[in-house]
Design a protein around this ligand. Structure first.
Ligand SMILES: Nc1ncnc2c1ncn2[C@@H]1O[C@H](COP(=O)(O)OP(=O)(O)OP(=O)(O)O)[C@@H](O)[C@H]1O
Ligand SMILES: [Mg+2]
Length: 481
């Protein structure tokens, strides 16, 4: 069974032929499908009638102005991200636009990289909201929570129980156990499913910017705050906000969040206005919050507010019976990404995978399966393929409790015992994998950004991600750009 990956599509609404030509070319090079409207009213009709992932629109348009367009489009399709392009000096309008429901805005003249980053983010967010997520056994879903073990069935029941309520849910579990998937499932089965779902990774945003990201800021609130900014809470109004890695919040942000939970309004950084917000809050963490509370790193009152209901995901090692289904699901998905038919996998290979410890849980299994598929080059996947893939799988090269010196002595000691060869090449490979893994993780999958940080081209970035099994799901290899 093959899963189709539809290329992401952008509706571009712009009347300036020069800008249209430039944007269209860039977007197509990046692998997007582009539909075009040169009038506001025409854009509105197109957006209503043809599904697209993101709208990119000018502010000044014939037929219907950008603001009218955003208002009407948002009313018709509240989950469709709209990015507005506006000339410098009209930031007030840009703020107005965000209030009316625009996802974000760009000030002209903008840098093409900046535009592409924003479009990629909006597409990801759009897919998160609209790609249906099935639970349990599935043969065809693009996106699913797989696993029929008792432990997972208990999780599905809990999701069903909390989804329809507005209760705050804290999702816990080791890294890679599927916390983000569960958050999406709760949202999709909730009464707010037709409203936005906004995910914020609290660990990925520097502490100094996080409050402004969440609550927005007034002009001049701090150096660099040239214009007012509407925060994610305001954007998520009537919808759901997912605060991921909540255990990483600073104490001062914790106080502000607690106030939002208690009083149901936000205050922008540097402002006094109380903006009422109606937002359902879902949070997740892999941290041990109880010990963070004991160490006074996490507020107990906030913890109780957030954990209206707690859902704790079991580590993969506690449900090995789910592994065969997971393996087949990841094979189908990875094969679809590579435009291949799903290959078969030998029973010994599955048995081997069932016997691993999986400290990185389902994410690690997914990477190993993808690597195994690449190693098999279209043939049936054998025990050797998965063994080799598993040996390469990401274990932090230098863990929190280890030093570089420790890593070198381990590696050399293994070489001395005859258990490792080619130590020099291996060290470079390990370091490189670690660097790319961390960079792409920190950039939340944004390849352009990660490539910029590392000072490598996007092509190199793509090659390395494929090589290390870090290519995000849903992305087709070999796309030009
Ligand atoms: N039960 C599952 N069925 C299918 N895919 C899963 C399942 N659990 C996890 N995954 C996949 O594994 C990867 C990691 O899942 P997710 O991001 O939800 O984990 P997480 O618990 O949020 O991890 P972290 O703490 O590292 O952020 C994703 O690609 C996700 O699609
Ligand atoms: Mg997560």
């Amino acid at each position: 069974m093959k899963i189709m990956n539809r290329p992401p599509s952008i509706l571009l609404i712009e009347d300036d032929a020069g800008i249209v030509a430039a944007l269209k070319k860039q977007l197509q090079t990046e692998g997007y499908q582009v539909a075009l409207a040169t009038r506001g009213d025409e854009g509105l009709i197109l957006a209503r009638e043809h599904p697209c992932d993101v709208v990119l629109t000018d502010l000044r348009l014939p037929g219907l102005t950008g603001l009218e367009l955003i208002e009407q489009l948002h009313a018709a399709k509240p989950k469709l991200p709209i990015i507005m392009m506006t000339a410098f000096g009209t930031t007030e309008t840009a703020i107005e636009a965000t209030k009316l429901g625009a996802y974000d805005y760009l000030l002209k003249p903008f840098d093409m990289g900046e535009l592409l980053d924003l479009v990629a983010k909006a597409v990801a967010s759009s897919r998160l909201m609209s790609e249906p997520l099935e639970m349990g056994a599935t043969q065809s879903a693009q996106s699913a929570i797989i696993g029929d073990s008792r432990a997972m069935q208990a999780i599905y029941k809990e999701i069903g129980r909390v989804a329809a309520t507005s209760v705050t849910v804290l999702i816990r579990g080791e890294t890679g156990t599927g916390k983000e998937l569960v958050a999406r499932a709760i949202y999709q089965h909730s009464r707010r499913a037709d409203q936005p779902f906004i995910a914020v990774n609290c660990a990925a945003i520097p502490e100094t910017l996080l409050e402004s990201e969440l609550f927005g800021h007034e002009r001049g609130a701090f150096t660099g705050a040239h214009a007012r900014r509407v925060g994610r809470f305001e954007q998520a109004n009537h919808g759901t906000i997912f605060l991921d890695e909540i255990g990483d919040l600073s104490l001062s942000t914790q106080v502000k969040l607690l106030r939002v939970l208690q009083e149901k309004y936000i205050q922008r950084v540097g402002g006094n206005e109380r903006v009422p917000v109606d937002v359902r809050i879902l949070t997740a963490t892999h941290r041990d919050l109880e010990s963070a509370i004991r160490e006074k790193q996490f507020r107990e009152d906030l913890f109780y507010r957030l954990s209206g209901v707690t859902i704790t995901l079991p580590p993969l090692s506690q449900r090995p019976e789910d592994i065969p289904d997971l393996v087949r699901y990841f094979l189908r998905r990875s094969a679809a990404e590579l435009d291949q038919d799903s290959p078969s996998i030998q029973p010994q290979a599955i048995a081997f995978l069932q016997n691993q410890a999986w400290p990185g849980n389902v994410r690690e299994l997914e990477n190993v399966v993808r690597q195994g598929l690449l190693l098999a080059r279209g043939y049936s996947i054998s025990l050797e393929h998965v063994q080799q893939a598993s040996a390469r799988s990401h274990k932090p090269v230098v863990g929190a409790d280890q030093t570089i010196a420790g890593y070198f002595s381990d590696l050399l000691a293994r070489a001395a015992r005859g258990e490792a060869e080619g130590v020099h090449a291996r060290m470079f490979e390990d370091m490189e994998r670690e660097l790319y893994t961390r960079a792409i993780h920190l950039a939340r999958g944004n390849q352009a950004k990660a490539a910029r940080w590392l000072g490598v081209t996007r092509t190199t970035m793509r090659e390395k991600l494929t090589r290390f099994g870090l290519r995000p799901p849903g992305e087709k290899p070999g796309q030009p750009g």
